[in-house]
Write a protein that binds this ligand. Structure first.
Ligand code: PMP
Length: 359
């Protein structure tokens, strides 16, 4: 019980476990360390992107353009959607928070697969709503039959993460479209495509095609992963104007800085070069998965910039063993570890520990 002379917070905060960021391991022996724990892009921003951000930094005495007009226009031209169907925010995680804040309150339910992105339960709890977590199938995929069965009168939103963080599989076209057909039109469906650009599976449907004739669908994407701008914090949502309007009402004023807007616009201008880097990461991903499987690891298919290592009770010990070699990964105790695809030497170091672990 909180004593009367202490500040009281909303009851829903009691169960909120704060988001834990990954950190690079600290070494004192002078050998390099690598962070493979946050699904970041190992490549630094391209010179043109840095130049645009640096120039924008000269305006930092002013508030940024709250409407992010130039960025919305650049996104509109890139994806062939009207600016009225676009919103940007401080990373796609902010868009998720805004959407749930706008749509959910005490007593409501939000359905999503589990395990999935660790921010989902936090974002739901902050609204006072209840998470309804539907276990993934044995091969780490969404179980849409079970998700359909989990829908109730109280369901306000459904979150679909594809590719799924942290396990990697992607939702196929047929299963997504069939699921959308059974979700009531007054339930918001968030398709979280943070890793969209890393997908090489032909049997998927693009969220931006899906939303066009579905007013309850919102697609979330980000500049943090494929575009390598995680530190700038820019994500975007694509949805029909009422959904966009709801996001805008909840958004923090001036949340996306001048430098972030400029960097995102500049990235779209050099997208081809950035996507070559994505291709190199996809090649590394194929190598990682191949080598892990050859070493006896049962890793699920992955279409993102990470690999899931099902470790069960060995998860923490494994993460510590990798950490001791200077590589941080993301452990989910009792379940598994997620390893980002990083620079080749980081991947090699990780693979050497993973191989030794199986021997
Ligand atoms: N969605 C998923 C599935 C993610 O994994 C992440 C980042 N880890 C995000 C959204 C948020 O990305 P950001 O806020 O950097 O755009």
């Amino acid at each position: 019980m909180t004593p009367d002379n202490e500040v009281r917070f909303r009851g829903c905060l009691d169960d909120v476990a704060a988001y834990k960021p990954g950190r690079p391991p600290a070494r004192t022996d002078g050998r390099p360390t690598y962070k493979l724990s946050s699904n970041e892009n190992p490549y630094p921003p391209l010179p043109g992107v840095l130049a645009a951000a640096t120039e924008a930094a000269g305006q930092m005495n002013r508030y940024p353009d709250m409407g992010a007009v130039d960025l919305l226009e650049a996104l509109s031209a890139r994806f062939g959607v009207p600016t009225s169907d676009l919103a940007v925010a401080t990373g796609s995680v902010a868009l998720l928070y805004h959407l749930l804040q706008a749509s959910c309150t005490d007593g409501d339910e939000v359905v999503y697969a589990w395990r999935s992105f660790e921010a989902y339960p936090i974002a739901v709890q902050l609204t006072g709503a209840t998470s309804v977590q539907v276990p993934l199938t044995d091969d780490a995929r969404h179980d849409f039959k079970a998700m359909e069965a989990a829908l109730t009168e109280r369901t306000k939103a459904v979150l679909v993460c594809t590719p799924n963080n942290p396990t990697g599989p992607v939702v196929r076209r047929d299963e997504l479209l069939a699921f959308l057909d059974v979700v009531p039109s007054n339930v918001l469906v968030v398709i979280d495509e943070a890793y969209r650009e890393f997908v090489r599976e032909p049997e998927i449907v693009d969220g931006i095609d899906v939303y066009r004739d579905r007013p309850n669908v919102v697609v979330l994407r980000t500049f943090s992963k494929a575009y390598g701008l995680a530190g700038f914090r820019v994500g975007y949502a694509v949805a029909h104007p009422p959904v966009v309007a709801a996001i805008r009402k909840c958004a923090l004023p001036f949340g996306v800085s001048h430098v972030a807007q400029a960097a995102a616009i500049a990235s779209l201008a050099v997208e081809e070069e950035l996507l070559e880097r994505v291709e190199a990461l996809v090649t590394e991903r194929t190598r990682m998965v191949g080598e892990l499987r050859a070493a006896g690891w049962d890793v699920p298919e992955t279409h993102a910039n990470f690999v899931w290592m099902p470790l069960g009770d060995d998860t923490v010990a494994f993460a510590e063993a990798v950490q001791a070699e200077g590589v941080s990964v993301r452990p989910f105790p009792g379940d598994g570890a997620r390893v980002s695809i990083g620079e080749r030497e980081a991947n090699d170091l990780f693979l050497s520990v993973a191989r030794a672990w199986r021997q």
